[in-house]
Design a protein around this ligand. Structure first.
Ligand SMILES: Cc1cc2nc3c(=O)[nH]c(=O)nc-3n(C[C@H](O)[C@H](O)[C@H](O)COP(=O)(O)OP(=O)(O)OC[C@H]3O[C@@H](n4cnc5c(N)ncnc54)[C@H](O)[C@@H]3O)c2cc1C
Length: 357
């Protein structure tokens, strides 16, 4: 196990923001994970588990204890369309490999940053696909029993941007590897209008063409990490699409200013709204700037580090947007990225607690 001290965390995040970790342990094997957990348990140092840092905002003060960065590598082909992948593998590189093998199931999840181990946590999804449809099982280190466990898909509690790993069992399982079942020779999913518009009706594009199209669409929205694109210095979508009651929706839809509000079925008597539309129509146009934090110029759902931003600036802008949407539409936006470390008391929950060592 390699142990480093006072390591700046900003370079390990896509926001490029955040203070140092008191201790930093890159874990390349399950044994490293076990030793890092023992180290933090014995010293009573709070533990935080980091993947690719693409779905979190680390506070300016950093993390006071141990940051365990999961770097377990390896892609094992276990049969037709079946793969077991180390949690530290880069997600998009794995998607590229699967597409090259002509296996369908995750082609629309091309270009999502972060690690393989990060994908089950919020059940990543995009353009009509979710990783829950392809995961067979998650291999993890259980901090409660201090043992290796295999959690089958049915026990992962996958829902929209959620699983047991970020809800009921948050802070309990360190993902070591994920097993996926893809469909060899399967047809690509092209359900979203953005994607359909790229291909002529009645034709079936190749998986590689869909992957290429998804990455291109993402790049246009600043949703593909590109060191030359400051609008991609973000954590992707900052807010989840809210689901409200039908009565609340009817009330909003009767107002002249929200007649064209995009909406979808959100369950029985529930309506899902577009968080991006709400943000924009609450007065936060693309490019809105507060100090060095800004709403992306390409997508109103992404907050970006416009250059030298602090975590406090980004959190303040997020809080202002939440308050603005609440005041205008009576809708409470929920954040997608996790806040890690110490933030002002005024910040609502969903700040990472220490893991259970
Ligand atoms: C430009 C951009 C576009 C994005 N687009 C999308 C999108 O289209 N759809 C989507 O769903 N998400 C999207 N995201 C969000 C993000 O990329 C995903 O949620 C990703 O899966 C996070 O993985 P990560 O390895 O970076 O996790 P991190 O950000 O490092 O961590 C996120 C959470 O997962 C936990 N975690 C990470 N690894 C492990 C592990 N091995 N074991 C246990 N817990 C772990 C962390 O403790 C933390 O709670 C986007 C982000 C960016 C920056």
């Amino acid at each position: 196990m390699i142990l480093q001290e006072n390591v700046p965390l900003a370079p390990f995040t896509t926001f490029g923001v955040g203070g140092p970790a008191r201790y930093f342990i890159p874990a390349a094997s399950p044994q490293d994970v076990r030793e890092a957990v023992s180290f933090s348990g014995e010293r009573n140092e709070p533990l935080f588990v980091l993947g690719g840092g693409s779905n979190l905002l680390i506070s300016d003060a950093g993390w006071p204890g141990v940051v365990l960065r999961v770097e377990i590598a390896g892609v094992e082909r276990r049969g037709a369309g079946r793969y077991f992948v180390g949690a530290g593998e880069n997600w998009d590189a794995f998607v590229a490999a699967v597409v090259a093998d002509n296996c369908a199931g995750i082609e629309c999840l091309s270009g999502i940053p972060g690690t393989v181990g990060g994908t089950p946590i919020q059940n990543v999804g995009a353009y009509g696909q979710e990783v829950a449809s392809s995961i067979v099982a998650v291999q993890a280190f259980d901090l409660t029993t201090k043992s290796l466990v295999e959690i089958p898909n049915a026990d992962c509690g996958f829902k929209y941007r959620s699983s047991i790993f970020n809800s009921s069992a948050a802070g309990r399982f360190i993902v070591l590897g994920v097993e996926y079942q893809l469909t060899p020779g399967g047809a690509p999913a092209i359900e979203y209008a953005d994607l359909q518009a790229r291909f002529s009706a009645g034709t079936t594009p190749r998986l590689a063409e869909v992957r290429h199209a998804v990455r291109e669409i993402r790049a246009r929205k600043g949703m593909l990490i590109d060191p030359d694109d400051p609008d991609s210095r973000s954590a992707g979508s900052f807010f989840k699409n809210p689901v409200i009651s039908l009565d609340h929706y009817n009330d909003l839809a009767s107002r002249p200013e929200s007649r064209d509000m995009p909406h979808w079925w959100g369950g029985l008597n529930r309506v899902k709204l577009s968080a991006a539309w709400l943000v924009e129509h609450a007065g936060f146009a693309k490019g809105t700037r507060r100090g060095n934090a800004a709403v992306s110029r390409k997508h109103s759902l992404a907050l970006v580090n416009a250059g030298g931003a602090s975590a406090t600036e980004i959190a303040r802008l997020a809080a202002e947007i939440v308050a603005g949407v609440q005041a205008r539409f009576g809708v409470e936006l929920q954040r997608e990225p996790l806040y890690v470390g110490e933030f002002a008391r005024s910040e609502p929950p969903a700040v990472a607690d220490a893991w259970k060592t």
